[in-house]
Design a protein around this ligand. Structure first.
Ligand SMILES: NC(=O)c1ccc[n+]([C@@H]2O[C@H](COP(=O)([O-])OP(=O)(O)OC[C@H]3O[C@@H](n4cnc5c(N)ncnc54)[C@H](O)[C@@H]3O)[C@@H](O)[C@H]2O)c1
Length: 267
């Protein structure tokens, strides 16, 4: 490995996975560590976060766990403080958590709308607010937000709360990018398309045939395959690293070309 984030201190928010295999957050945490970073692995699920920490330590790298629910402002603040305690500061905030409920505007209960916004947007706000002074104090740094292609384009099924909250997340990223451009902190967003993760399979757990679901998703992608969590992790690593030092406020699609077609998707 080439040490693309050698010596950096990273907080990965949502570093576990909701099922067996590689989720986007878990792969990102492991990749940052492989590339030389010390990783604070943050998750509300203790078992999930300990699995990620164990994988990183097992490869001889450095990771510390933090267990907390990031929709609670005090717990988000405590997560950033934990990075300071563990590593003496913070260079990269990687915001991965995100949930969705399927439904259009008329059939989305307000409670679902609020729950989705609390995780996808409010938690990002709490963590960003807590992290910015630390990042700036430590000489500048980077924030990477994991959004979705659906923040920009409609797919075949409506996810009103998910789409709106992720669009707002992208706008938060650009607000941070503009406000902090001269202060050394960069903020960018990754827009994954169809990625084969435990999160997706958990969503379709009622389906008797996971392989059929996988094939159906792959068929919608111009490259005729789903991405892997590692594709998302590599994009995030690049944006977080000094190699992207002149890049801020961008949305990077990781979608096998799907965004080229989604505007024409059937309703
Ligand atoms: N898989 C895809 O096809 C796809 C496509 C587009 C976007 N995304 C985005 O990728 C991200 C999810 O990636 P993943 O594979 O790591 O998902 P995941 O669902 O496995 O989540 C990772 C971890 O986040 C934790 N988490 C959730 N809410 C939390 C909270 N409030 N506080 C602390 N931890 C919390 C979970 O416990 C889990 O361990 C989301 O932002 C999602 O919108 C995924």
């Amino acid at each position: 490995m080439t040490g693309r984030v050698q010596g950096k201190r990273v907080a990965v928010i949502g570093a576990g996975a909701v099922g067996p295999g590689w989720g986007n957050g878990k792969a990102s945490a492991v990749l940052y560590a492989r590339e030389g970073a010390r990783v604070l692995a943050v998750d509300r699920d203790e078992a999930a976060v300990m699995e990620t920490v164990g994988l990183i330590r097992g490869e001889g790298h450095e990771a510390e766990p933090f267990v907390g629910d990031m929709v609670v402002p005090a717990e988000a603040k405590a997560a950033i403080e934990a990075a300071e305690v563990a590593f003496g500061g913070l260079d990269i905030l990687h915001f991965n958590i995100g949930i969705s409920t399927r439904g259009g505007v008329e059939d989305t209960p307000f409670a679902d709308w609020q729950r989705v916004f609390s995780v996808n947007l409010d938690a990002a706000f709490h963590l960003t607010q807590a992290a910015l002074p630390v990042l700036e104090r430590d000489g500048g740094g980077a924030i990477v937000y994991i959004s979705t292609l659906a923040a920009e384009l409609s797919g075949p099924y409506p996810y009103a709360g998910y789409e709106a909250s992720k669009a707002a997340l992208g706008r938060l990223a650009r607000s941070v990018a503009a406000e902090y451009a001269a202060r050394g902190v960069r903020a960018n967003t990754v827009l994954p398309g169809m990625i084969d993760t435990p999160h997706v399979l958990a969503h379709v757990a009622t389906s008797s045939d996971a392989e059929a679901v996988r094939a159906g998703r792959a068929a919608q992608v111009p490259m005729k395959r789903q991405g892997a969590a590692w594709d998302v992790a590599e994009a995030a690593l690049f944006l977080a690293s000094d190699a992207a030092g002149f890049i801020t406020g961008v949305d990077l699609r990781v979608d096998g070309g799907m965004g080229l077609l989604m505007g024409n998707a059937a309703p």
